[in-house]
Design a protein around this ligand. Structure first.
Ligand code: SF4
Length: 420
């Protein structure tokens, strides 16, 4: 039984993990929208592909049959196809991946396969969009299940952010100060729609990942008197706090309230405005879980992701991206106990890969990224076999008018990072 199956069969406990996200595999096929947690605000944009019902032959195939079919079609396609698997993806998918990594590593991995006509992106919607922005027009980026979105990305949509921006411009004006800094600069976490990456690109802003957020914020503070950071409040708060920004200068913007629920003076005093967004997986970690781990395993090393709430990050020993957590475990030379605050599939894989260490997830009620989990092997087999027949299903395309400024915001991020 897989982790999410366990969750779904535990009566009474399921409510602890956003139950509407943790639906059985085929639930979203006939749904009129992309399903809860899918990107694009759960509304299918005009002209966008719609997830159809997966054909019965894939729905009823055994795990072994699907595994064999994926292996076979992948072999037949050879260099024409590349399969990318996110760290949080289920094992049955990851074992077919040519590359495993975080969203940005995977987008870059796609660039190392210039002969690939199809990039099967086993992650979530915003990641496939980023890959489409960075790859050539004649390469098709395919998301095996269109219902694989990101609930955090959905929390900031282009209309709410534009409305926020208009209110801020009215308050701050648009004149630069004596140091040439804009009154406010937008910074977006990679986990957002392409439309928002384009939004920041058009306004002199920049994209960040969880591994370079402080470098990117430094870049932004040189060019802006203040920063509007979206969609993840926790990454923004944890990073800015460690850079010395006082909490009282980090008001939160609630898109449902006038001025985001702040007074004009609070906004004038702000250094970082945090959007009201969060990751439903990482916000589950608590200080109590860390205290329990320390009581049970004296000497435990507690590693958490910066999408966790601030008290959890403050109570941990180390904080960093999924890649940082992986490297921290891989580089431990002595047998060590690690309590990890990130997605369960990654933690389980680390535990299997490094049996010399004791590795466990801080959260005893396992909670996978349930939107990513929607990429069942049946969908991967379906899109790969269709591609072999000449049918391109579930292609993710970003309009060039959006892709161009989004690329600019991504290029600014690369330019801001230490070279070499
Ligand atoms: S783990 Fe959280 S932020 Fe990452 S894709 Fe899943 S819901 Fe989105």
């Amino acid at each position: 039984m897989t982790s999410i199956d366990t969750l779904l069969t535990r009566d009474g406990e399921a409510e602890s993990c956003t139950p509407e996200l943790a639906m059985p595999t085929w639930t979203f096929d006939p749904a009129p929208g992309y399903g809860p947690g899918a990107s694009m605000g759960d509304v299918i944009p005009v002209g966008s592909p719609r997830q159809g019902q997966l054909p019965e032959e894939y729905r009823s195939a055994s795990a072994e049959e699907l595994d064999q079919r994926i292996r076979a079609v992948k072999q037949r396609l050879g260099d024409r196809a590349v399969v990318l698997g996110h760290y949080y993806q289920r094992d049955e998918i990851v074992e077919h991946a040519d590359f495993i990594g975080d969203s940005y590593q995977l987008a870059n991995a796609a660039l190392t396969k210039p002969d690939a006509e199809a990039i099967f992106f086993c992650g979530v919607h915003f990641m496939a969009e980023t890959a489409d922005i960075l790859t050539r027009d004649d390469q098709a980026v395919i998301l095996p299940n269109l219902a694989a979105g990101c609930s955090m990305a959905d929390m900031a949509d282009i209309d709410s952010v534009t409305e926020c921006w208009e209110q801020l411009e009215e308050l701050y004006g648009t004149e630069t100060d004596e140091r040439g800094r804009m009154p406010i600069l937008p910074v977006t976490y990679m986990n957002c729609s392409a439309a928002l990456k384009g939004f920041v690109g058009e306004r002199g802003g920049i994209v960040c990942t969880s591994s370079n957020a402080s470098t990117v914020l430094e870049w932004a503070f040189e060019r802006g008197q203040r920063v509007l950071f979206f969609p993840d409040q926790h990454l923004g708060r944890n990073t800015a706090k460690r850079m010395g920004v006082p909490l009282e200068r980090m008001p939160m913007w609630n898109p449902r309230l006038p001025l985001g629920g702040n007074s004009p003076q609070e906004l004038l005093d702000a250094q970082v405005l945090l959007w009201h967004g969060f990751c439903s997986v990482h916000r589950r970690f608590t200080v109590e879980q860390i205290e329990k781990a320390r009581a049970e395993y004296p000497g435990v090393r507690v590693l958490v992701h910066p999408e966790c709430p601030m008290p959890v990050v403050d109570a941990a020993d180390e904080i960093g991206s999924t890649d940082f957590i992986r490297r921290a475990v891989a580089s431990a030379t002595e047998p060590t106990t690690f309590a990890i605050g990130t997605e369960i599939n990654l933690v389980n894989r680390l535990a299997a890969e490094f049996p010399q260490h004791r590795i466990f997830c801080l959260d005893p009620v396992i909670c996978p990224c349930s939107t990513m989990y929607r990429i069942h092997p049946g969908y991967l087999a379906w899109v790969m076999e269709a591609f072999e027949r000449g049918e391109v299903l579930n292609r993710i395309t970003v309009e060039e008018s959006v892709a161009e400024p989004a690329r600019l915001a991504l290029e600014r991020m690369l330019a801001a990072l230490p070279q070499g």
